[in-house]
Design a protein around this ligand. Structure first.
Ligand code: SF4
Length: 293
């Protein structure tokens, strides 16, 4: 079986920086303890567990907002994750006298800045993003006037109150689903100003999937199912290349039944997946033989 190791893959600069900031804080005795992370630092359980072993405390309860998570703490240091947080959250951290480490990715901040600029010009803002994702929550908190379009919902409707209309998006969506929504919007209102804010890391990882998956029998994407950029790679591979594509968290998730009659298999990973997990998958596949089936 031929194994195609797709590159680039794995940690993007925003994820690498977020992890590095937490590790630096944990090794610096002058940083106030405990060191809390407001939500998963990046959407990968292995990364979260690794930082917890080193002393970080992740505050993450399903259904609770970042602001509600802050209620449970009264001292120490709070790390804002790569996905960003609302101004309200930052103000509350200050009001509680907590120290702040901001690991928000610069690409996420660029989208915040663009939206604020267009709101200041009294434009209507449409934001395409996954509902309840922390990046989306932080964006919607900028103004109640922002209209959300969630690409995973079957349809959307909105009323335009202001003109012109500015459209932008979450940094980690799939290019395919984004183009579908852009096209629908253009048909509804041709004069929209659309700015595609997929980050470069998302774009080049998706382009690599399209380039390599045209002639493979199977593709594995290694990552956490909560990671939006990881799920986007899977969706893109299936929709654009029609390759059977599976999201696996690690080598233990490989089902030998999937490998029957497979001659070429490709492997990539989400931007928050530790490289060792992907390398283990590649190594397993390279040494796999039909006798193992
Ligand atoms: S996927 Fe893009 S936006 Fe998200 S942390 Fe990485 S570089 Fe930043």
């Amino acid at each position: 079986m031929q194994v195609i190791s797709i590159r680039p893959r794995g940690f993007c600069p925003g994820v690498a920086r977020a992890i590095q900031l937490v590790e630096q804080a944990l090794s610096d005795p002058s940083v106030k303890r405990p060191v809390y992370i407001l939500g998963m630092i990046v959407h990968n359980a292995h990364v979260v567990r690794d930082l917890e072993k080193k002393g970080a405390i992740t505050l993450d309860e399903p259904g609770k907002t970042r602001l509600e998570l802050l209620d449970s703490i009264s001292h120490g240091t709070v790390v804002i994750t790569a996905h960003g947080a609302s101004l309200e959250v930052l103000d509350q951290i200050k009001a509680k006298g907590l120290d702040l480490i901001d690991a928000t990715c610069k690409d996420v901040y660029r989208t915040h800045d663009a939206i604020k600029k267009h709101l200041q010009s009294n434009e209507q803002v449409l934001f395409i993003g996954k509902r309840h994702h922390p990046e989306t929550e932080a964006i919607l908190a900028i103004s109640s006037k922002i209209i959300l379009i969630d690409p995973s919902e079957p349809s959307f409707r909105f009323a335009i109150d202001e003109q012109p209309v500015y459209v932008t998006n979450q940094t980690t969506l799939s290019q395919v689903e984004l183009e579908r929504i852009f096209n629908q919007l253009r048909q509804m209102a041709p004069d929209l100003l659309i700015e595609n804010e997929l980050c470069d890391s998302t774009r080049i990882r998706q382009a690599a999937i399209l380039a390599h998956n045209q002639a493979v029998d199977l593709c594995y994407i290694v990552g956490d199912p909560r990671s939006n950029n990881t799920r986007s790679l899977v969706e893109l591979s299936i929709e654009k290349t029609h390759t059977p594509t599976y999201l696996i968290e690690n080598v233990a998730d490989i089902n030998p039944r999937d490998l029957v009659n497979v001659k070429r298999v490709s492997v990539s990973s989400g931007a928050s997946t530790p490289p060792t997990l992907t390398e283990e998958v590649i190594d397993f596949l390279r040494h796999y033989s039909k006798e193992d089936q």
